[in-house]
Design a binder for this molecule. Structure first.
Ligand SMILES: [Zn+2]
Ligand SMILES: [Zn+2]
Length: 401
C-alpha cells in the first residue's frame, strides 16, 4: 500500500468507529420493524432518511416501490456496486431480545436488518470520505427489496441499477455480503465459482381414474402413482448427477383425495430442485419430466411436470474474488480471511447481478466465541451487532480498491 492508501485506510476505520453507535441503533430499529418482500416501506424510508442526512444522492421507489439506488461520484469510467437486501420473513420471533419484532408474524430471521444497516453505514462513511478527497471510482449502492423468493434483485437490475440509467457510469464490479452463522465474528470468507445454488420449484400434476376404494381394479390410482413418482424422483440425484457435483430434488407437498373410501382421480406433488450449474439445472428438469411421465404411464395415469425457475446459480467471478481476498487480508489480516469450502444449496438473488458485472458474494462471520449463532431463518436468530464494523469497513475498502 502507498502512504496515501494507508492514510485512507486509517481514515475509513476512524469514520466507521464514529458511525458505529448510530448504526447499532439503526440495526435494532430495523429489527424491531421487519417488513416482508415488497412491503419494505418503512425500511426504505429509514434508508432514504440516512442517505439524505449524509448528503448522498439517491433514487427511491424502484422495484415496485421500496427499492433505493444511491450513488457517490468518483474518478474513473466504471462504477463499483455494493448491494444489500432489506426484507424480513413471515416467522414469529422468539429471540427474547429487547429489540425483537413488534410486528407479529414478521421477523428479520435472515439478518437483512444487518445487511441494510451495513450498507447505510458504508454510504455514510464514503460520503464523509468523499468530502475530504475524491473517490477513486463512482460507487453505486443498491438497496433491494424481496430477496426471500420475490426476485427484488432481478427487478433492480432490470430497472437499471447497474447500467448507469439513473446515476453515473455503468457498473463493472459488484459485491454483496451475507451474515454467516458458521463463521466466527471478525472473520470473512468467500469462494471461487458457484457460491449459492440455483433455486427452482416444480409441480407434478398426476391424473388417473377415480373409483370406489373397494373396487381398486376399476381405478387408475393417482395416489399409488404419485407415491411411486416420489420414490423414483430420488434416483435422479443418486443416479444422474455426477457424484462430484451436487443437486437436490425434494418433494415437499403431496396432495390427493378427500374421503377415506374414495380413490381420487388426481394427485399433486410440489417441491424444490437445486443445482450448481446450468447444465445440471437443465438435466434435472429433463429427468424429472421423463421420470414423472414414465412412472405415470406404468400406472395407467398421466403426469404433467411443470418446472418453475427461480434464482440462477450465484457464481463468483475469479477476478472479483481475488480482489476481495486481497482487500480483506489488507483490512483484517490473513488469519481472518477464509475460503468457504463448499457452495451452499440455498438460493440468492444476487445471482442476477453476475451476468452484468464481475461479482463476489461474501460471508461475514456472526458466531460469538463459545456461543455460536442460531441458524438463518430460525425464530431465535439475531444479527450480531459486533459484525457491523467489519462489514462496513470491508465494504468501504472494496468500494475504494
Ligand atoms: Zn434468507
Ligand atoms: Zn438472506
Amino acid at each position: 500500500m502507498t502512504a496515501h492508501d494507508t492514510a485512507t485506510a486509517a481514515r475509513v476505520r476512524a469514520l466507521v468507529a464514529e458511525e458505529l453507535p448510530r448504526l447499532v441503533g439503526i440495526r435494532r430499529d430495523l429489527h424491531m420493524h421487519p417488513e416482508i418482500g415488497y412491503e419494505e416501506y418503512r425500511t426504505s424510508q429509514v434508508v432514504v432518511r440516512e442517505l439524505s442526512d449524509a448528503g448522498v444522492a439517491y433514487a427511491a421507489g424502484l422495484a415496485g416501490g421500496t427499492g433505493v439506488l444511491a450513488h457517490l461520484p468518483g474518478e474513473g469510467a466504471r462504477a463499483v456496486a455494493l448491494r444489500a437486501d432489506m426484507d424480513a420473513l413471515p416467522i414469529v420471533e422468539r429471540s427474547g431480545r429487547e429489540w425483537a419484532s413488534r410486528t407479529p408474524g414478521r421477523m428479520h430471521a435472515c439478518g437483512h436488518d444487518g445487511h441494510t444497516a451495513i450498507l447505510i453505514g458504508t454510504a455514510r462513511v464514503l460520503a464523509r470520505l468523499a468530502a475530504e478527497r475524491t473517490l477513486p471510482h463512482p460507487i453505486t449502492l443498491v438497496f433491494q427489496p424481496a430477496e426471500e423468493g420475490g426476485g427484488g434483485g432481478k427487478r433492480m437490475v432490470d430497472e437499471g441499477a447497474l447500467d448507469g440509467r439513473h446515476f453515473g457510469p455503468p457498473v463493472d464490479r459488484a459485491f454483496a455480503l451475507h451474515g454467516w452463522p458458521d463463521l466466527p465474528l471478525g472473520e470473512v470468507g468467500t469462494r471461487r465459482g458457484a457460491m449459492m445454488a440455483a433455486s427452482d420449484r416444480f409441480e407434478v400434476h398426476v391424473s388417473g381414474t377415480g373409483a370406489h376404494a373397494a373396487w381398486p381394479h376399476r381405478s387408475a390410482d393417482p395416489v399409488v402413482c404419485a407415491a411411486a413418482i416420489v420414490t423414483a424422483l430420488q434416483s435422479i440425484v443418486a443416479r444422474n448427477v455426477d457424484p462430484l457435483d451436487a443437486a437436490v430434488v425434494s418433494v415437499t407437498v403431496m396432495q390427493a383425495g378427500e374421503a377415506m373410501n374414495v380413490i381420487p382421480d388426481r394427485a399433486l406433488l410440489r417441491g424444490t430442485y437445486r443445482s450448481l450449474s446450468e447444465e445440471t439445472r437443465s438435466m434435472l428438469e429433463r429427468r424429472m419430466t421423463e421420470v414423472a411421465e414414465g412412472v405415470a404411464r406404468a400406472h395407467g395415469c398421466t403426469a404433467r411436470c411443470e418446472c418453475i425457475r427461480g434464482y440462477p446459480v450465484t457464481v463468483n467471478d475469479d477476478g472479483a474474488v481475488a480482489q476481495f481476498e486481497q482487500v480483506a487480508r489488507a483490512t483484517l489480516g490473513d488469519a481472518r480471511v477464509r475460503t468457504i469450502a463448499a457452495p451452499v444449496m440455498g438460493g440468492e438473488d444476487f445471482a442476477f447481478f453476475g451476468p452484468h458485472a464481475s461479482a463476489c458474494y461474501w460471508a461475514l462471520g456472526l458466531a460469538r466465541p463459545g456461543i455460536g449463532c442460531p441458524a438463518l431463518h430460525a425464530p431465535d436468530f439475531d444479527f450480531a451487532d459486533e459484525a457491523l464494523p467489519t462489514g462496513v469497513e470491508l465494504m468501504c475498502r472494496l468500494a475504494l480498491a
